[in-house]
Design a protein around this ligand. Structure first.
Ligand code: FBP
Ligand code: MN
Length: 643
């Protein structure tokens, strides 16, 4: 059979020549084609989605360890007939916290060879089940390098295989025991199990604030094998503070003072609040029962925000300039033509002639704190990770991920938002804001730093979408003033057609497309559902944050998207790691299937798969080019035929 001769454009030929550097022979090329064609026909990897972690490190870390309850499902599937509930619970704790569990067993003299053999076998069965949907080479890469060979051998042992092989495997286990490496080995196996259960993690914003340890969450995320982050309004605030914005810094301080979370600043990031605390105690009274530190930061915040509003008439926030309408003698404020009572009259640093100017002392202390943010190496490292792994939005396998909303008009059309003199809407707006956020960190110019603050408070901000009313919520007795008006997105997101329109704007036209976001806690207790707009929008702010669990009724969601479809897990509150170790107290979760795929999704159907198909096509072209002599093979020296 004669093959037709293909002709290539000069660009294509150049590309094939580059590709030939990696695949220099026909053999190398077709091996890779076979390899990739096998991969695209494997089931798609499992994606997990979480949002609004709000510093709840312990709950987050446990959910990461129990892979949102997926490990328990697998262990139950394999062993519900052969192990008791207690035995399975012990296995689970071993997988979640191998080091701590084995430490405990050693203390109790229970880490025997017999225990090791039994548990090794159980863990191998779990790992085998989870690895079945990956290529062997992918599984091998997921293993700790030191144990790669051994785990690989053991995973591929078939019980029915001949005696020699069985003896070989028994020998491997004997050597593991003899060499005293069982603990390391079990730890590596537990890590592999967790690694295989979750292929990719999406964090849909608000890692920071309210709970105590966002810094530890960041450390953990930095170790993760595969993840992306969509920035939340709280994250943006910290990023702004880390880039030097004083208005952002004041908001970070306020959030953390109010929640008694000084530890993250002081020991987590080495940012001392000592001078600020001393200043507050010296300057403010305790007569009205309000914490002097809260009062001190509220005033600094109102001043700095007022300055930013005056610098930027284009933000349209002149009506948020409240500070000069306070009547200190009467303890009231004038708001929209009405007078409201305040909970304090304690404003000692406000100059009635120039109410938005920081006092000399406030200025000095805030400048010191600003420098401390800029110089905190650990904070800067975390923020750099936000930039390298995060963005305003992400389009991933037909899902559109962002923290808050896309600014809309009341009639549902995209809202035009002015940024540095030009109007943007929809996708272009998200991309423009993304660039501005990056510019704020790279260039630290006053304009983009102010915009970082706007993203925290503004009704046209994609990450906030509210007029944030910090002053009213702090000091005005009448709670009707506390309501924060929201962008129309948060009403229109209940409408299927609106969501389809937004997805379309971002190039997602599949009937299986969804918007996935967080930001507004789903009040399950009040009958709210995370599934909105007939399944087109899924909001997964389930309240990891303890302060919100009263209204959400649960303690966080994980959304799971595997080859069969999408399901949601609602988690119940977590006690602590000690409880897990003592009583195997796993987080309980309910699971609900949201959607089934019409047919099982394979890697070839994913975004990554599309790239692999392109690569397969290119390699086929390369093979053809080799065969017709358009590109020359380069035999490795040792294989050059000897004439
Ligand atoms: O993105 P989130 O979690 O809703 O946080 C932003 C909100 O937090 C607030 O600052 C209120 O916080 P608290 O409820 O913790 O006092 C609101 O003014 C603002 O809308
Ligand atoms: Mn938020």
């Amino acid at each position: 059979m004669s093959e037709s001769i293909a002709s290539y454009t000069p660009e294509r030929l150049r590309y094939l020549e580059l590709l030939a550097k990696e695949y220099p022979t026909q053999a190398a090329t077709f091996t890779e084609i076979i390899n990739l064609q096998a991969i695209v026909n494997l089931p798609k990897g499992t994606e997990h989605f979480m949002s609004d972690l709000h510093g709840e490190y312990e709950a987050f870390y446990h959910i990461l360890n129990n892979c949102s309850g997926v490990i328990r499902e697998k262990v139950d599937l394999l062993f519900s007939q052969t192990l008791t509930g207690q035995e399975r619970a012990n296995v689970l704790t071993l997988i979640y916290y191998p080091k701590e569990k084995m430490d405990m067993l050693v203390r109790e003299h229970k880490l025997t060879d017999a225990w090791a053999r039994t548990n090794l076998d159980i863990l191998l069965q779990v790992a085998k089940l989870l690895s079945s949907k990956y290529s062997r080479s992918r599984v091998r890469k997921a293993m700790a390098p030191v144990f790669r060979f051994v785990i690989d051998e053991l995973l591929h042992a078939q019980p029915e295989e001949d005696k020699n092989r069985h003896a070989y495997h028994t020998k491997i286990v004997d050597s593991i025991l003899e060499t005293g490496s069982i603990r390391e080995f079990i730890t590596a196996l537990a890590a592999l199990i967790k690694r295989l259960a979750v292929d990719h993690l999406h964090i849909i914003g608000d890692i920071y604030d309210r709970g105590p340890h966002a810094d530890k969450i960041m450390d953990t995320l930095m170790q993760h094998h595969s993840l992306d982050i969509q920035w939340g309004n709280h994250d943006i605030l910290w990023m702004g503070a880390a880039a030097g914005s004083l208005a952002c810094t004041a908001n970070v301080l306020r959030n953390n003072i109010r929640y008694h979370n000084l530890e993250i600043l002081e020991s987590g990031y080495g940012i001392s609040l000592r001078s600020f605390a001393l200043f507050a105690l010296r300057t403010y009274t305790q007569d009205d029962g309000i914490d002097p530190m809260v009062k001190a930061i509220n005033v600094v915040l109102s001043k700095l925000e007022g300055q930013a509003i005056m610098r930027h008439p284009e933000y349209g926030m002149a009506d948020r300039l409240l500070f000069h309408t306070i009547n200190r003698e009467q303890g009231t404020i004038l708001l929209g033509g009405k007078t409201y009572a305040l909970t304090t009259r304690d404003f000692p640093t406000v100059d009635p002639q120039d109410p938005y100017a920081l006092s000399a002392e406030e200025e000095k202390i805030m400048t010191q704190i600003q420098t401390a943010f800029l110089e905190s190496e650990r904070l800067q490292q975390h923020v750099r990770f936000f930039y390298s792994h995060g963005a305003m939005y992400c389009s991933y396998n037909n899902n559109l991920l962002f923290h808050g909303g896309i600014p809309l008009q009341e009639d549902g059309s995209f809202k035009e938002v002015m940024i540095q003199g030009k109007a943007y809407h929809g996708k272009a707006l998200m991309e423009r804001v993304d660039r501005l956020v990056r510019q704020a960190y790279q260039q630290r110019d006053p304009d983009s730093l102010d915009y970082m603050w706007y993203l925290w408070v503004g009704i046209d901000s994609p990450v906030s979408g509210r007029t944030v009313k910090t002053f009213e919520r702090s000091y005005i007795v009448d709670e009707t003033t506390w309501k924060e008006p929201q962008n129309a997105y948060y009403r229109l997101n209940r409408d299927k057609r609106e969501c389809i329109k937004i997805l379309h704007e971002f190039g997602i036209d599949s009937p299986q497309g969804h918007i996935i976001n967080g930001h507004t806690p789903v009040k399950v207790k009040k009958g709210e559902s995370p599934i909105r707009a007939e399944g087109k929008e899924i909001c997964i702010d389930g309240g990891f944050c303890k302060a919100y669990q009263g209204s959400t009724g649960i303690a966080g969601y994980t959304l799971i998207f595997n080859s069969h479809g999408i399901r949601i897990k609602s988690h119940y509150p977590f006690k602590n790691v000690a409880q897990v170790l003592q009583h195997n107290a796993d987080i309980e979760s309910d699971s609900a299937q949201i959607e089934w795929e019409p047919k099982r999704l394979m890697i070839g159907d994913t975004d990554e798969g599309k790239k692999l198909w392109q690569m397969i096509e290119a390699l086929k072209d390369l093979l053809q080019a080799y065969r017709q002599g358009s590109v020359q093979e380069k035999m490795p020296a040792a294989e050059t035929p000897d004439f």
